[in-house]
Write a protein that binds this ligand. Structure first.
Ligand code: GLC
Length: 788
């Protein structure tokens, strides 16, 4: 019997938290897994619905998907037909939604398994994406547990998307798709003669889709189908398609269909007999069947696919084990040892897509922040991300707000914080690794010329220093971190206090970097500007009890007691504390105010009270329903910064605040929370919503990495600084011991924190002065004992 951890009505963790088992297909909202190898990916829910893509889920989706989180009925399915009884069902649950005798969806790192039992036949379907190739494998084990022989047919079903094909343009797009069936080798393949990506000459709608998609099985295919109309039948649906009622496919393929793929496999099973089938789906480069066959050759036996699955499991095990923690709270350990890292890497950095947002692009600020997760595991990968983003900067310091891999199209705009995340990340990288050589690396600009990483960073900062108002505050432009504040400064006058706090920290840290680079004038200049900025923030940005968030083009404040709605904003307080841009007497007050007005049952609210009517001078955040997303809910990403601020002021409530939006604990009340208990969600409805406490936008959220950082640098208080690793724990009273294994500057630090009533640190057995460790000797790992 497997141990069940944090079991709720719908599921539980097992394998020490490494797997999540969902007990029913009918969770309050689809609970998904996002599986990716950094190029090919699948998103799959517990109903079995979802989609597949290569490189970019929007521009290069292989299968069709409709974003309908209520029906959740678009996916790649397998039907089973009992040919004697003439009944059929599906594995997993959708589309037929049978009343199984047994159901389990098991999510692990890099794989999902569905176990179902119906009519005394057990099915175990394992889906995964091999480490290096652009395909997914489905291993299907069937066991006949009945006393009678079974005469079954399996029918797969999926709809081809092949590129980017918005559903409102379906009739247009389908005329460019062609499908074929290779009966001898058991695979269907498909191509598309149009792709909405500009060609080499920059012309639109004049390019082939660069790939060939395929769907294969390792069994003889008795019949196959390429036509949706033939499969479903006019005016029917996937619940009772014609093909299953009649038990046959028509082998219709070509250039004239509404294109799907279905393979029919006939199987006879004796009592107790077990069979294993292997299916695959993928997309190879070019118009070449040879490339398909090469890839099939690599994954065409049970041994080969089991080995490939083993490799995937091992890769995740190795990667995630780079950081390890053991505390008194297993929920904390499960999140930080496994799921947050997995979510950040598989979901945010590699797949860049999920259910509430069908993505694929890179956000300049987004994936940079996400890549901090690799500082704990494999910092070279953080540097790779820094280089990638630096390549999307212009020589005048501007950056793309986002850009699309494949089409390479990006968006340059006046959102004012994006470029500053580049130096922010470089600073974080340097503090963690002490590898200063990266500053010398030369990276091209997107328009012309090239520069060192150091130059890329100061160009970003210098541009921001130019964009100041006459009274010395940074201009907000078309928004800062908060995308929804997109109208505050469109006339070029609006100011941002949050951006001031953010920039202040960067100026001080980067002056340290400049000093190290012997760029003394710059170091001095940044310190000077930081000083002036702090003065301006505290002079104009202080509202009496808290910091104002921003000023509109017409000079009116946002986030002030004089406002009717949106009186106080979280980030304007948390970052004042985090970066010490608050004057001492104001810091405490700002903290007290954020605690008083914003800390609520399910996490710190982004602002309060929510806007109830659209305010065209602020932007679309005021247009969301009250309490939803940026409009006065918990915006989890920002909630993590609030936790870090609570920890910085050493308030005893730190763990309580952290826990207030911990997915595992919120998941213990799953009908209210609704979203997955194993990953963070982007937002939780605030008190002004009818559904206060409801989670949304799970998986694809910048909070994955930041919640990890809030746990490790905030709660455990193990903080990388210029001087070394600062230890300042904020652990709850009842934790008398914590063990941590953490990479820092090329060495593994094994840190033991024990409650002994007196603060002392022993590094490699020797007592040190102060609270910061920076081991210079030859040992690795390094042992650190911390008494608190
Ligand atoms: C979304 C965006 C992110 C932004 C945040 C707050 O998560 O992807 O870039 O900072 O919203 O508006």
């Amino acid at each position: 019997m497997k141990e069940k951890l944090f079991e709720n009505k719908y599921g539980y963790f097992t394998e020490n938290g490494k797997e999540y088992v969902i007990k029913t297909p009918q969770t309050p909202k689809p609970w998904i897994n996002v599986i990716s190898n950094g190029d090919y990916g699948i998103v799959i829910s517990n109903t079995g619905s979802g989609y597949s893509f290569r490189t970019h889920a929007s521009l290069n989706r292989i299968t069709r998907w409709n974003q309908d989180l209520i029906k959740d009925d678009f996916g790649k399915y397998i039907y089973v037909r009992d040919n004697k009884k003439k009944i059929f069902w599906s594995i997993p649950w959708k589309p037929v939604c049978s009343d199984y005798e047994n159901f389990e969806a098991i999510y692990g790192f890099g794989y999902s398994i569905f176990k179902t039992k119906y009519y005394n036949i057990t099915f175990e379907l394992t889906l995964f994406v091999p480490l290096k190739d652009p395909l997914e494998i489905w291993i299907l084990k069937i066991i006949n547990e009945d006393k009678k022989k079974k005469d079954l047919s399996l029918f797969t079903y999926l709809e081809w998307n092949l590129g980017s094909a918005p559903d409102w343009h379906r009739e247009f797009h389908r005329t460019f798709i062609e499908t074929y069936f290779n009966k001898e080798k058991n695979y269907i393949y498909s191509r598309k003669r149009l792709w909405e990506i500009p060609n080499e000459k920059g012309e639109h709608w004049n390019k082939d889709w660069d790939y060939t998609a395929f769907h294969w099985v390792n069994y003889p295919v008795s019949e196959a189908e390429g036509s949706k109309e033939e499969f479903i039948g006019m005016y029917r649906d996937l619940v009772s398609p014609k093909a299953l009622i009649e038990g046959r496919l028509t082998n219709t393929f070509g250039k004239w269909e509404d294109d799907i793929a279905s393979l029919k496999i006939d199987i006879k099973l004796d009592p107790c007999e077990e069979k294993i089938l292997i299916f695959s789906l993928g997309a190879v480069k070019n118009n070449s069947e040879e490339n398909i066959e090469k890839i099939l050759e690599k994954y065409n036996t049970k041994e080969k696919v089991e080995k490939a699955l083993g490799d995937v499991k091992k890769m995740w095990e190795d990667l995630l084990s780079g950081f390890y923690v053991e505390t008194k709270d297993p929920a904390f350990d499960i999140m930080n040892n496994y799921w947050l890292k997995y979510q950040a890497i598989s979901g945010r950095l590699w797949a860049r897509t999920a259910y509430y947002q069908l993505g694929g692009a890179y956000g300049f600020r987004d994936q940079l922040q996400d890549s901090q997760i690799f500082l704990y595991l494999d910092p070279k990968k953080t540097f790779d991300q820094i280089k990638l983003h630096a390549k999307h900067q212009f020589s005048d310091g501007y950056v793309y707000h986002w850009w699309h891999p494949i089409s390479k199209i990006g968006h340059r705009n006046e959102i004012s914080d994006n470029r500053l995340w580049l130096p922010f990340l470089v600073i974080r990288y340097l503090k963690n690794t002490d590898d200063w050589s990266i500053l010398k690396e030369i990276i091209p600009y997107i328009d012309s010329g090239e520069g060192t990483i150091y130059e890329h960073c100061y160009k970003a900062i210098d541009l921001s220093l130019k964009k100041f108002s006459p009274r010395g505050l940074p201009l907000i432009g078309n928004g800062d971190w908060n995308d929804g504040m997109n109208a505050v400064g469109t006339e070029g006058k609006g100011e941002s206090i949050w951006l001031g706090h953010f920039l202040y920290g960067i100026l001080l840290d980067f002056s340290y970097v400049a000093e190290k680079e012997k760029d003394f004038d710059r170091a001095e200049y940044y310190r000077e500007r930081a000083k002036e900025l702090k003065e301006a923030i505290n002079k104009y940005g202080w509202d009496g009890e808290w910091y104002i968030r921003a000023f509109k083009d017409n000079g009116e404040p946002i986030g002030s007691k004089s406002c009717e709605e949106g009186k106080i904003f979280l980030n304007a307080q948390s970052w004042a504390i985090l970066n010490d841009s608050a004057e001492e007497n104001k810091k405490e007050k700002a903290y007290e105010s954020m605690k008083k007005y914003l800390f609520r049952e399910y996490g710190p609210l982004l602002l309060y009270p929510a806007y109830t009517k659209p305010n065209p001078q602020i932007g679309y955040l005021t247009r969301y329903a009250p309490g939803v997303r940026e409009n006065g809910g918990l915006y989890t990403h920002a909630g993590c910064w609030a936790v870090l601020a609570v920890c910085k002021v050493k308030d005893k409530i730190a763990y309580e605040i952290y826990k207030s939006f911990m997915p595992i604990y919120r998941g213990m009340n799953p009908d209210l929370y609704q979203v997955e208990p194993y990953v963070t969600c982007g937002n939780v409805d605030g008190p002004d919503s009818k559904y206060f406490g409801r989670g949304g936008w799970s998986w694809y959220t910048g909070s994955a990495t930041w919640y990890f950082i809030a746990g490790i640098e905030g709660i455990l208080g193990i903080i990388p600084t210029w001087e070394g690793l600062k230890i300042s724990p904020n652990i709850p009273e009842n934790w008398d011991e914590v063990k941590v294994k953490r990479l820092f500057r090329g060495k593994i630090y094994e840190i033991y924190i024990r409650r002994k009533g007196k603060f002392e640190i022993f590094l490699d057995g020797k007592k040190i002065n102060g609270d910061t460790i920076n081991y210079q000797g030859p040992k690795n790992p390094v042992f650190v004992e911390v008494n608190i």
